[in-house]
Design a protein around this ligand. Sequence first.
Ligand code: TMP
Length: 204
Amino acid sequence: MSGRFITFEGIDGAGKSSHIEALALWLRARGQRVVVTREPGGTELAEALRELVLHRSMDAMTEALLVFAARRDHLRTRIEPALAEGSHVLCDRFTDATFAYQGGGRGFDAEVLQTLEGWVQQGRQPDLTLWFDLPASLAAQRRQAVRRPDRFEAEDEAFFARVRAGYAARAAADPGRFSVLDAAQPLDAVWQQVQATVEARPWW
Ligand code: TMP
């Protein structure tokens, strides 16, 4: 049987990354095969593109084209083969991030993003998306600990408020796929939400 594709989303500082490893351990303890990966990245080519997107100056269209180029390689050479052989794929960010960051944050045309999404993904969508939702002001406080911010982490609170609105629009458009988690809660309480959400799916 094909594996499940689960994505993790949220503005920078929402604290999703530690829960990905925790969910991988939890699923493996139940005898499931799991691949943990991230975007932009997850393959040699896509990781090279990630370096450019995070650290080189470029406009929103170039950003969008590069993240979709990285996604294409990642899907074709890593995600699709893993799902086909029955592994679950836990991915730190996916296309919702493009709609949130390039669409919401940078104001890039959502219709063009939809066209690229169709070309690149050929109908593939996550089975479940965990959105770690947090007000932009709280996320900014959490990000203060980051010493050398990348091009996104260096953006101001207004940018992240737009990114959050971008996520909200995607979640409203596909409520069956999205699960909204309250990331303002303590780590342990957020983990309980993650576990309960995944366990409630009829897949296991
Ligand atoms: P990360 O720090 O969570 O690994 O994500 C890297 C950054 O890339 C993050 O600030 C969000 C940004 N990003 C986009 O702008 N568009 C995308 O499509 C993806 C996947 C990430």
